[in-house]
Design a protein around this ligand. Structure first.
Ligand code: KIV
Length: 271
Protein backbone atom coordinates (compact mmCIF):
# COMPACT_ATOMS: atom_id res chain seq x y z
CA UNK A 1 0.00 0.00 0.00
CA UNK A 2 1.33 3.45 -0.87
CA UNK A 3 2.20 5.71 2.05
CA UNK A 4 0.57 8.60 0.20
CA UNK A 5 -2.85 6.91 0.09
CA UNK A 6 -5.15 7.39 3.06
CA UNK A 7 -5.11 4.05 4.93
CA UNK A 8 -8.22 2.99 6.86
CA UNK A 9 -7.09 2.10 10.37
CA UNK A 10 -7.75 -1.42 11.65
CA UNK A 11 -9.61 -1.25 14.97
CA UNK A 12 -10.72 -3.86 17.51
CA UNK A 13 -14.17 -3.49 15.97
CA UNK A 14 -12.79 -4.34 12.51
CA UNK A 15 -11.18 -7.50 13.99
CA UNK A 16 -14.53 -8.48 15.47
CA UNK A 17 -16.17 -8.05 12.05
CA UNK A 18 -13.39 -10.09 10.44
CA UNK A 19 -14.08 -12.97 12.82
CA UNK A 20 -17.81 -12.72 12.20
CA UNK A 21 -17.33 -12.85 8.42
CA UNK A 22 -14.69 -15.60 8.53
CA UNK A 23 -11.87 -13.35 7.26
CA UNK A 24 -8.55 -14.46 8.75
CA UNK A 25 -6.52 -11.91 10.73
CA UNK A 26 -2.78 -11.43 10.06
CA UNK A 27 -0.61 -10.32 12.96
CA UNK A 28 3.17 -9.96 13.22
CA UNK A 29 5.64 -8.48 15.67
CA UNK A 30 7.69 -5.34 15.08
CA UNK A 31 9.86 -3.34 17.44
CA UNK A 32 11.11 -0.35 15.46
CA UNK A 33 10.07 2.36 13.00
CA UNK A 34 11.68 1.00 9.80
CA UNK A 35 10.37 -2.57 9.95
CA UNK A 36 6.98 -1.46 11.28
CA UNK A 37 6.69 0.83 8.24
CA UNK A 38 7.45 -2.11 5.94
CA UNK A 39 5.00 -4.56 7.50
CA UNK A 40 2.29 -1.90 7.75
CA UNK A 41 2.81 -1.00 4.10
CA UNK A 42 2.53 -4.70 3.19
CA UNK A 43 -0.99 -4.66 4.66
CA UNK A 44 -0.68 -6.48 8.00
CA UNK A 45 -3.79 -6.18 10.22
CA UNK A 46 -2.20 -6.16 13.67
CA UNK A 47 1.34 -5.31 14.80
CA UNK A 48 2.40 -6.68 18.16
CA UNK A 49 5.19 -4.86 19.93
CA UNK A 50 5.94 -8.13 21.73
CA UNK A 51 8.13 -8.59 24.75
CA UNK A 52 9.92 -11.00 22.39
CA UNK A 53 11.89 -7.76 21.79
CA UNK A 54 13.79 -8.89 24.86
CA UNK A 55 14.95 -11.95 22.87
CA UNK A 56 15.34 -10.71 19.31
CA UNK A 57 16.42 -7.13 19.98
CA UNK A 58 18.41 -7.55 23.21
CA UNK A 59 19.57 -11.18 23.18
CA UNK A 60 17.95 -12.31 26.44
CA UNK A 61 16.61 -15.88 26.50
CA UNK A 62 13.29 -15.57 28.39
CA UNK A 63 11.60 -12.17 27.98
CA UNK A 64 11.66 -11.32 31.69
CA UNK A 65 14.30 -8.55 31.75
CA UNK A 66 12.62 -6.11 29.35
CA UNK A 67 11.27 -3.04 31.17
CA UNK A 68 8.18 -0.89 30.69
CA UNK A 69 10.37 2.03 29.56
CA UNK A 70 12.03 -0.19 26.94
CA UNK A 71 8.66 -1.47 25.67
CA UNK A 72 7.46 2.12 25.38
CA UNK A 73 10.61 3.06 23.46
CA UNK A 74 10.00 0.22 20.95
CA UNK A 75 6.29 1.06 20.71
CA UNK A 76 6.98 4.75 19.94
CA UNK A 77 9.01 3.82 16.85
CA UNK A 78 6.36 1.36 15.67
CA UNK A 79 3.56 3.90 16.10
CA UNK A 80 5.51 6.47 14.04
CA UNK A 81 5.95 3.88 11.25
CA UNK A 82 2.30 2.80 10.93
CA UNK A 83 -0.77 4.20 9.27
CA UNK A 84 -3.10 1.21 9.07
CA UNK A 85 -2.36 -1.62 11.50
CA UNK A 86 -3.81 -1.92 14.99
CA UNK A 87 -0.83 -1.66 17.34
CA UNK A 88 -0.82 -3.85 20.45
CA UNK A 89 1.93 -3.61 23.06
CA UNK A 90 2.90 -6.33 25.53
CA UNK A 91 2.82 -5.44 29.19
CA UNK A 92 6.22 -6.75 30.28
CA UNK A 93 6.86 -9.12 33.19
CA UNK A 94 6.38 -7.51 36.60
CA UNK A 95 4.16 -4.65 35.44
CA UNK A 96 0.71 -6.19 35.98
CA UNK A 97 0.83 -9.55 37.79
CA UNK A 98 -0.77 -9.65 41.23
CA UNK A 99 -1.52 -5.92 41.34
CA UNK A 100 -4.45 -4.45 39.44
CA UNK A 101 -3.49 -0.86 40.30
CA UNK A 102 0.00 -1.36 38.89
CA UNK A 103 -1.52 -3.06 35.82
CA UNK A 104 -3.69 -0.03 35.16
CA UNK A 105 -0.86 2.47 35.59
CA UNK A 106 1.45 0.40 33.33
CA UNK A 107 -1.21 0.20 30.61
CA UNK A 108 -1.92 3.94 30.89
CA UNK A 109 1.80 4.71 30.50
CA UNK A 110 1.96 2.60 27.32
CA UNK A 111 -1.10 4.26 25.80
CA UNK A 112 -0.15 7.85 26.77
CA UNK A 113 3.57 7.70 26.00
CA UNK A 114 3.56 5.59 22.82
CA UNK A 115 0.23 6.27 21.16
CA UNK A 116 -0.43 2.53 20.69
CA UNK A 117 -3.99 1.21 20.54
CA UNK A 118 -4.13 -1.73 22.96
CA UNK A 119 -2.13 -3.81 25.42
CA UNK A 120 -1.58 -7.55 25.75
CA UNK A 121 -0.97 -9.53 28.91
CA UNK A 122 -0.38 -13.20 29.70
CA UNK A 123 -2.52 -15.47 31.85
CA UNK A 124 -6.12 -16.43 32.61
CA UNK A 125 -8.05 -16.28 35.89
CA UNK A 126 -5.01 -14.94 37.77
CA UNK A 127 -5.00 -11.73 35.67
CA UNK A 128 -8.77 -11.29 35.20
CA UNK A 129 -8.82 -8.48 37.81
CA UNK A 130 -6.06 -6.64 35.94
CA UNK A 131 -7.91 -7.05 32.62
CA UNK A 132 -11.08 -5.54 34.13
CA UNK A 133 -9.24 -2.66 35.78
CA UNK A 134 -7.34 -1.77 32.57
CA UNK A 135 -10.59 -1.94 30.62
CA UNK A 136 -12.23 0.40 33.12
CA UNK A 137 -9.92 3.12 31.73
CA UNK A 138 -11.09 2.38 28.18
CA UNK A 139 -7.91 0.54 27.17
CA UNK A 140 -8.48 -2.53 24.95
CA UNK A 141 -6.83 -5.72 26.23
CA UNK A 142 -5.65 -8.79 24.32
CA UNK A 143 -5.19 -12.00 26.34
CA UNK A 144 -2.53 -14.67 25.88
CA UNK A 145 -2.93 -18.34 26.95
CA UNK A 146 -1.10 -21.62 26.38
CA UNK A 147 2.66 -21.21 26.35
CA UNK A 148 3.16 -17.93 28.17
CA UNK A 149 6.89 -17.09 28.03
CA UNK A 150 6.77 -14.79 31.06
CA UNK A 151 5.97 -17.88 33.19
CA UNK A 152 8.63 -20.08 31.62
CA UNK A 153 10.36 -20.71 34.94
CA UNK A 154 7.10 -22.07 36.34
CA UNK A 155 6.62 -24.43 33.35
CA UNK A 156 10.34 -25.25 33.17
CA UNK A 157 10.06 -26.08 29.45
CA UNK A 158 8.94 -24.75 26.05
CA UNK A 159 7.03 -27.94 25.11
CA UNK A 160 3.46 -27.87 23.76
CA UNK A 161 1.00 -26.82 26.50
CA UNK A 162 -2.43 -28.23 27.44
CA UNK A 163 -1.93 -31.73 26.07
CA UNK A 164 -3.33 -33.18 29.30
CA UNK A 165 -7.09 -32.87 29.86
CA UNK A 166 -6.81 -30.98 33.16
CA UNK A 167 -4.68 -28.23 31.60
CA UNK A 168 -6.85 -28.19 28.46
CA UNK A 169 -9.97 -27.72 30.59
CA UNK A 170 -8.34 -24.89 32.54
CA UNK A 171 -7.42 -23.21 29.25
CA UNK A 172 -11.00 -23.51 27.92
CA UNK A 173 -12.30 -21.91 31.12
CA UNK A 174 -9.65 -19.17 31.06
CA UNK A 175 -10.51 -18.27 27.46
CA UNK A 176 -14.18 -17.87 28.44
CA UNK A 177 -13.18 -15.87 31.46
CA UNK A 178 -11.01 -13.50 29.41
CA UNK A 179 -13.88 -13.04 26.97
CA UNK A 180 -16.27 -12.27 29.86
CA UNK A 181 -13.73 -9.90 31.43
CA UNK A 182 -13.82 -7.93 28.16
CA UNK A 183 -10.68 -8.89 26.19
CA UNK A 184 -11.08 -8.02 22.49
CA UNK A 185 -8.94 -10.99 21.34
CA UNK A 186 -6.83 -13.83 22.70
CA UNK A 187 -3.48 -15.24 21.54
CA UNK A 188 -3.13 -19.01 21.92
CA UNK A 189 0.49 -20.14 21.84
CA UNK A 190 1.78 -23.66 21.23
CA UNK A 191 -1.23 -25.81 22.08
CA UNK A 192 -2.83 -28.75 20.19
CA UNK A 193 -4.64 -27.60 17.04
CA UNK A 194 -7.87 -29.39 17.97
CA UNK A 195 -8.06 -27.60 21.31
CA UNK A 196 -7.31 -24.21 19.70
CA UNK A 197 -10.06 -24.77 17.12
CA UNK A 198 -12.52 -25.68 19.86
CA UNK A 199 -11.63 -22.56 21.87
CA UNK A 200 -11.91 -20.30 18.79
CA UNK A 201 -15.41 -21.67 18.14
CA UNK A 202 -16.47 -21.31 21.77
CA UNK A 203 -15.74 -17.59 22.11
CA UNK A 204 -17.12 -14.65 20.14
CA UNK A 205 -13.82 -12.70 20.16
CA UNK A 206 -10.98 -13.35 17.65
CA UNK A 207 -8.46 -16.04 18.61
CA UNK A 208 -4.99 -15.58 17.10
CA UNK A 209 -2.73 -18.62 17.05
CA UNK A 210 1.01 -19.22 17.10
CA UNK A 211 1.74 -22.92 16.95
CA UNK A 212 -1.99 -23.53 17.43
CA UNK A 213 -3.03 -24.82 13.99
CA UNK A 214 -5.26 -23.45 11.26
CA UNK A 215 -8.67 -23.59 12.97
CA UNK A 216 -8.31 -20.24 14.74
CA UNK A 217 -9.26 -16.76 13.52
CA UNK A 218 -5.78 -15.51 12.66
CA UNK A 219 -2.06 -16.14 12.95
CA UNK A 220 0.87 -14.33 14.54
CA UNK A 221 4.60 -14.88 14.03
CA UNK A 222 7.70 -13.16 15.33
CA UNK A 223 9.00 -11.06 12.42
CA UNK A 224 12.67 -11.94 12.89
CA UNK A 225 11.83 -15.67 12.93
CA UNK A 226 9.67 -15.66 9.78
CA UNK A 227 12.23 -13.54 7.92
CA UNK A 228 14.93 -16.10 8.75
CA UNK A 229 17.16 -13.62 10.60
CA UNK A 230 17.33 -15.93 13.58
CA UNK A 231 18.47 -19.23 12.09
CA UNK A 232 18.92 -21.11 15.39
CA UNK A 233 15.19 -21.06 16.27
CA UNK A 234 13.43 -23.90 14.42
CA UNK A 235 10.10 -24.82 16.03
CA UNK A 236 7.74 -26.94 13.96
CA UNK A 237 5.14 -24.17 13.70
CA UNK A 238 7.54 -21.67 12.11
CA UNK A 239 7.32 -21.09 8.36
CA UNK A 240 10.22 -19.04 7.01
CA UNK A 241 9.27 -16.57 4.29
CA UNK A 242 12.80 -15.30 3.65
CA UNK A 243 16.39 -16.18 4.42
CA UNK A 244 17.66 -12.84 5.67
CA UNK A 245 20.38 -14.55 7.67
CA UNK A 246 22.20 -15.43 4.47
CA UNK A 247 21.17 -12.30 2.55
CA UNK A 248 22.48 -9.99 5.30
CA UNK A 249 25.63 -12.05 5.92
CA UNK A 250 26.46 -12.05 2.18
CA UNK A 251 25.70 -8.33 1.76
CA UNK A 252 27.84 -7.31 4.73
CA UNK A 253 30.59 -9.73 3.61
CA UNK A 254 30.61 -8.11 0.14
CA UNK A 255 30.74 -4.63 1.70
CA UNK A 256 33.71 -5.65 3.88
CA UNK A 257 35.66 -7.02 0.92
CA UNK A 258 34.85 -3.91 -1.20
CA UNK A 259 36.09 -1.63 1.60
CA UNK A 260 39.23 -3.72 2.07
CA UNK A 261 39.99 -3.86 -1.66
CA UNK A 262 39.36 -0.14 -2.15
CA UNK A 263 36.53 -0.89 -4.62
CA UNK A 264 34.06 1.07 -2.45
CA UNK A 265 33.49 3.97 -2.84
CA UNK A 266 34.12 4.48 -6.56
CA UNK A 267 34.19 7.87 -8.28
CA UNK A 268 30.37 7.87 -8.72
CA UNK A 269 29.95 7.36 -4.99
CA UNK A 270 31.85 10.42 -3.83
CA UNK A 271 31.51 14.24 -3.94
O1 KIV B 1 6.11 -11.38 22.53
C1 KIV B 1 5.67 -11.92 21.50
O2 KIV B 1 6.24 -11.83 20.40
C2 KIV B 1 4.43 -12.69 21.62
C3 KIV B 1 4.00 -13.48 20.43
C4 KIV B 1 4.82 -14.71 20.30
C5 KIV B 1 2.55 -13.78 20.46
O3 KIV B 1 3.81 -12.67 22.62
Amino acid sequence: MSKTKEAKRVTTHVLQEMKASGQRISMITAYDYSLARLVDGAGIDVILVGDSASNVMAGHEPPLPITLDQMIYHACGVVRGCERALIVVDLPFGTYQGNTKLALSSAIRIMKESGAHAVKLEGGREVAGSVERILSAGIPVMGHLGLTPQSIYKFGTYVVRAKEEAEAQRLREDAKLLEEAGCFAIVLEKIPAALATEVARSVSIPVIGIGAGAGVDGQVLVLHDMLGINKEFNPRFLRRYADLHHIITDAVGNYISDVRSGDFPNTEEQY
